[in-house]
Design a protein around this ligand. Structure first.
Ligand SMILES: [Zn+2]
Length: 404
C-alpha cells in the first residue's frame, strides 16, 4: 500500500528514458528498502532500473542464479495520481462502493473471482484512480520474499537477482536493461493474475504499415487524373473481415490482424496494423493475406502504388521456454508447494518476459493476484499476494534442491 501511493505513471508519448522521471521516486524508495534489508549491492541506474543480488548461501557451487522481475510504472490508460489504497478487512461479498466516486462499484456479479476472497482481505483504490497492483503487487511480493530470505539464512539458495524496471506499460521495460549486470540463468516476471496462474506463452507480434501513394491534382481540374489515397485506405479498411481475423471476434489461440491507426491526405495515406498469433509462422500467413487484400484494392486505382512494411515486435516466449523445460517445471512445483493448483495459461499479449526470453533470459510470468487492472476498479486479494511471495521462496529452494 506504500508503493501504490507513489505516482509512477509512464507516458507513451515521451522521448526520454524513463518516459517519466517520477518513476524513479519509487525506484529510489525501493533501493533504500533493499539496503535496509542488508542487501549491499543494490543499485539504481540512470534509466531507473533497480538491480539487487541476494548472494547464494548454498554449499553447492553450481546453483543457477535466478531473477525476479516486476515493473514500477503504472498504465497510462487510467490516472495514477494520489492513489489512496483501501484495505477492506474480511470482505463479505457485498458490493464495495468506492468512496471518492460512488459510481465506481466493485460487484461480485461482475468479478466472479471475488467469490474466492470472501472472508479474506482485499485492497482497492478509492474511485478516481487505478490501484497500481499492476505491478506494485509484483514489487511487494518480491520485496517480501527478499526480506524473508535475508532473515532466514537457514534456507539454502543460489544467487537471487532482483530487477525492477520502468516503462513496461509503454512497451519499453527491457529497452535499457543490462543483461550482464543482471547475470541470471533464467527468471520470472511477477506480473500475473489469479492465484496459481503460470503463463508460459505469449503472442508473437509484428506490426504492418501500409503506405498508399495516390496521385494528386488540383480538384478543379482533376478529372481523369486524381487518385485519392484516403479513399483507397477507406476501401481497404472496409474490406477487412467482420466475423473473423479481428480482436473483437477472436479468443483462445486464434490470431488476428488489427488496424490501430490511420493518417493521411488525399495524396498519401497510411494504415498501421498489428498482427498477432501464438504460432510465429502464422504471422507470415496473416501478412500475406493482408497484402493481397490491399493489393487487390490498389489494382482498382490505376496510378496508385502501395508500400507494405512489416516490423517484428516480439515473439512467443514458449519457443524459448521449450528448450529450458525446468524453468516452467520449477515454477509449477513452487506453486504446488505453496498449496495452490497450477493454472498454465497463454497471454493474448506480450510481456517483458517475452522480450527477456529472447534476450537470453527464459522468463515465464507468475501470478500476484492482481485483478481488473488498468481500471478504477482494480483490486487484489491479500492472501493471493502472500501465496505469490511464498511461491518465490519455494522457487529459490527448489532451484537449490534440484542442483546436483
Ligand atoms: Zn504489468
Amino acid at each position: 500500500m506504500r508503493y501504490v501511493r507513489v505516482d509512477t505513471q509512464s507516458d507513451p508519448h515521451s522521448e526520454t528514458f524513463p518516459s517519466t522521471e517520477k518513476q524513479k521516486d519509487l525506484s529510489r524508495y525501493l533501493l533504500s528498502e533493499l539496503k535496509a534489508m542488508g542487501i549491499r549491492n543494490a543499485e539504481l541506474d540512470t534509466y531507473g532500473y533497480v538491480y539487487a543480488t541476494i548472494p547464494g548461501n548454498s554449499p553447492k557451487k553450481n546453483v543457477p542464479a535466478i531473477c525476479f522481475c516486476s515493473h514500477v510504472d503504472t498504465a497510462p490508460d487510467c490516472s495514477g495520481t494520489k492513489v489512496k489504497p483501501i484495505l477492506h478487512k474480511n470482505y463479505d461479498g457485498t458490493d464495495i462502493i468506492l468512496p471518492d466516486d460512488p459510481s465506481q462499484v466493485l460487484k461480485l456479479s461482475d468479478y466472479g473471482y471475488l467469490q474466492q476472497q470472501v472472508g479474506s482481505d482485499i485492497i482497492t483504490a478509492s474511485g478516481t484512480t487505478l490501484l497500481g497492483a499492476d505491478d506494485k503487487s509484483g514489487i511487494a511480493v518480491i520485496m517480501e520474499a527478499a526480506s524473508y530470505l535475508t532473515k532466514h539464512p537457514d534456507i539454502l539458495h543460489g544467487d537471487i537477482k532482483i530487477v525492477f524496471t520502468p516503462d513496461e506499460e509503454v512497451g519499453k521495460g527491457t529497452a535499457k536493461i543490462d543483461m550482464e549486470k543482471l547475470g541470471a540463468k533464467f527468471g520470472y516476471t511477477m506480473d500475473g493474475g489469479e492465484a496459481g496462474s503460470l503463463e508460459d506463452e505469449t503472442f508473437s507480434a509484428d506490426s504492418v504499415s501500409i503506405i498508399i501513394n495516390g496521385v494528386s491534382a488540383h480538384p478543379g481540374y482533376a478529372k481523369g487524373k486524381l487518385v485519392n489515397a484516403l479513399k483507397i485506405a477507406g476501401n481497404i479498411l472496409q474490406l477487412l473481415p467482420k466475423n473473423e481475423w479481428a480482436p473483437e471476434v477472436t479468443d483462445g489461440k486464434e490470431g488476428f490482424v488489427h488496424p490501430v491507426g490511420h493518417t493521411g491526405i488525399a495524396e498519401k495515406a497510411s494504415i498501421d496494423f498489428i498482427v498477432r498469433d501464438f504460432d510465429t509462422s502464422r504471422l507470415k500467413v496473416h501478412e500475406d493475406r493482408l497484402q493481397r487484400l490491399a493489393q487487390d484494392v490498389i489494382d482498382q486505382y490505376p496510378g496508385a502504388t502501395m508500400e507494405f512494411i512489416v516490423r517484428e515486435q516480439y515473439r512467443n516466449m514458449k519457443q524459448v521456454l521449450d528448450d529450458h523445460p525446468e524453468v516452467v517445471a520449477y515454477a509449477a512445483e513452487a506453486i504446488r508447494r505453496a498449496g495452490l493448483e497450477v493454472k498454465t495459461e497463454s497471454i493474448r499479449g506480450g510481456t517483458d518476459g517475452s522480450r527477456l526470453s529472447y534476450m537470453g533470459l527464459p522468463c515465464p510470468n507468475i501470478f500476484t493476484g492482481m485483478q481488473a487492472i488498468h481500471s478504477k476498479l482494480e483490486w487484489i486479494g491479500v492472501k493471493d499476494m502472500v501465496k505469490s511471495a511464498e511461491t518465490i521462496v519455494h522457487l529459490c529452494m527448489i532451484c537449490e534442491e534440484k542442483t546436483t
